[in-house]
Every structure is written in structure tokens, then in C-alpha cells.
Design a protein around this ligand. Sequence first.
Ligand code: GLN
Length: 456
Amino acid sequence: TDAHLEAVETAGALNAFVHRTPEIAREQARAADARLKGGDTPAMCGIPIGVKDLFCTRGVPSQAGSRILEGFRPEYESTVTTRLFEAGSVMLGKLNMDEFAMGSSNETSVYGDAVNPWRATGSDAPLTPGGSSGGSASAVAARLCLGALGTDTGGSIRQPAAFTGTVGIKPTYGRVSRWGIVAFASSLDQAGPMTRTVRDAAIMLGAMAGHDPKDSTSADVAVPDFEAMLTGDIRGQVIGIPGEYRMEGMPAEIDTLWQQGIEMLRDAGAETRDISLPHTKYALPAYYVIAPAEASSNLARYDGVRFGHRAKLAPGDGITEMYEKTRAEGFGPEVQRRVMVGTYVLSAGFYDAYYNRARQVRALIKRDFDEAFAAGVDAILTPATPSAAFPLGAMADADPIRMYLNDVFTVTVNLAGLPGVAVPAGLDDDGLPLGLQLIGRPWEEGALLNVARCLE
Ligand code: GLN
């Protein structure tokens, strides 16, 4: 714990940790020592972790990367952090992220950009660690903590993992409780671990997962020993290779990486099979209707009354001005864009044309996966991202849709509620990490991580 606290102190330039909690860490470390001495060795005993700022942590600032939650210190602890603490984890602090988890570069954060340790200094512009869990990825890659909590609504664990050479898994929807996590798009959000190795991800996921009566969408499904499932034996398994993920304009190095992954799994004794997921091309547009729709509803609670920031009012201002000024000051431009889009697609005149249509597309995307699994496919291998990490600022003035294209390989998995893991799989021509994604059957995170292990 002391070594990691020191590392956090000296790595300020990465802007990964936005609130440090050394007192809590030392107290938890002492408690872990006492448990070890007493012969009690829970899975995460004494393991220093970082927590994405989206999780409510009791008495500790929890701002979701937003100005509107300035000064908010929850009186309660999220289920996931509660479980990790019970399992002996040590919290070093809270991690940077895109505002309300909306973004793919950590540039929408009120705390400023998090930086990718693979290129943080030098004459070339520093690189993004990805987003929205950019601080989590940066911290794990820079060895500031042994594991970090991320959340993934459309790729926010897997894309930053791919950009930083770390492992990140988005579990099956319902595997991990969402209670006490600031909501973005409730039907898509899942929390998951970001770690250096697949084995660490298995251990940390096991400590987080399980049914929680406080989250009505959390599933009452037994949590197996994920670590014990990492036998490395994948002989006879069928790995689907979806043609629709071979996208036009995809850089050759991504294609090469994918091919290498296919060969590694074959060498390990798996059979690879070309499959079709025909509705893939509609996933991104459907996601960028459904996610903003749910976000516009979830973010209605930030009204200047209940949480955090409230704008200074002028004489004569009424409650409407208070809402308007508070939300205009408190939300950044990307969040405002999502609220506007979401409100529009849910409005009476457009609900059927956009929101209902997107929900129908979502059902078709899920059916594509169901059919592949029913035909005997055990897991699906795709690239995790369409490129390696890009320089901070490179997309600042671009059309927002260019940023949204980062999620092209990951959003399908959230729309279908499936588990997906990003594994570091190689380096590009500039020596930057690239990741592959494996998508699994519902509730089969253990089997999925076992395949992922073969790519490490
Ligand atoms: N980049 C995507 C978005 O901006 C995904 C974010 C996430 O998974 N939280 O919505």
C-alpha cells in the first residue's frame, strides 16, 4: 500500500487519480494485515485498487467527472465497493473519467484529460488513455494500482483497456450490481475490473459479482470460481469470426492483429469458424439513440436542489431559472448534447421513429448473437478498437460522430447484454498496444476469460 501510494504521488502528470484517499488506504491495509495474521485470506486481501469516480464512496467525493456534482460526498457506499472492501481491497482513491461516462478519450472530464502512460511526455502530443474509464486504464498501465474499477455502457472498459495494454471485462448485464453507481444508460451500464492480467480480472470480478436485492436488474445467478476456470484448455471450442467486423477503411495493422489472434486460438486447439452477425452495422446508430434517451431521463435529477452544484441566481430569478442556469453551468457540452438528443428521441412526435425503432434494432442484434451461440459458437473474436490510442486533442474540433466511431466494435455487446473482454494482443508499428475483444455467452465469464488467457 505504501509503495502504491508513493507511486500515485509521483504520477500526478498522468492525472489518473482525482481524489486520493491515503488515510482510508492505510486503515484498510492495517485491517487486511490483521485478517492475514488471523488466518483469514479473502480474495482481494490487501490489494491496492483505484475506483472510477462514477462509484459512490462514503464520505469521499464522487463527482462522475462532472461539475454538477461538485462537493457531493455520498452517505452510502456502492454495492461493488462494499464487496471489494469486504474482500480485503485497499482503496487508493478515485479515478478520472469522462463526464458521466460519456466519451471515448477522457477529454470531457471536469478534472481535465487523463494521460496514457505509453506516451505521456516528449515532443509528440501525449496520448489519450481512452474513455470513459481513462483514469482507471492509465492507473493500471502505469502500475499505480493492481486493479481498478471501470464501468462500460458502450465500451468504456474495453476501449481504454485496449489503448493501454491492460485487460478489461464487461460482465453479462445483471452480473454486477449497479446500486450506488451513478447511472448513465441503465439498460446498458455494467461495472467491471481493469487489471494487468486475465487472472487478476478473474479474481477481482469474482469479488465484485453476485445478486444484490438493491438492484432490481441484478440477476440471481451463482458466481463460480472464475480463477479456477482458467485451465488454459480450449481444445474443441468453436470461436466465431464475424465478417461484419471487417470494416471498410480498417487499418491493416488491426486486421493483422486479428489474424494473429485467430492463429493463436487455433494453435491452442480451438476451431475457428466464419460467422455472420448481419445487424452489426445498425448497432452504433441504435446505441446513440438508446444511450442518450436513458441518459436524458437519468440526468433529470441534477436540478440544483438535490445534489452538488447550484448556480448563483439574480434577483427575480425563479425556480425555472435556477434549473436552467444550474444545468447550463454544471453540464459540459457532450453531456448537454446527449440530453438534447435523448429528449428529442423520446418526445411524443419522434418516439416511434427513433426510440422504438432503435429498440427493435437492439432485439435483432441480440438475435444475431443468440443464433451464433445456438449454432455451437462458444465465443466470438473481434478487434477491440478500430485504431490504437490517438493523441489528446486530435478529435477536439471534429464532428462528434468521429469520436463515436471508436465504439463500433464494442456497443453491440452492451446492446445484447453479453460479456465482453479486451485483452492486450500486440503492438502497432509505433509500438503502441492493441487489443482484441472476445464476446461470450451470457453468464459464461469464466469460460470467456479462459479463452482470453490464450491470447495473453
Ligand atoms: N464512448 C461511449 C459513449 O460515449 C461509451 C461510454 C461508456 O461505455 N460509458 O457513450
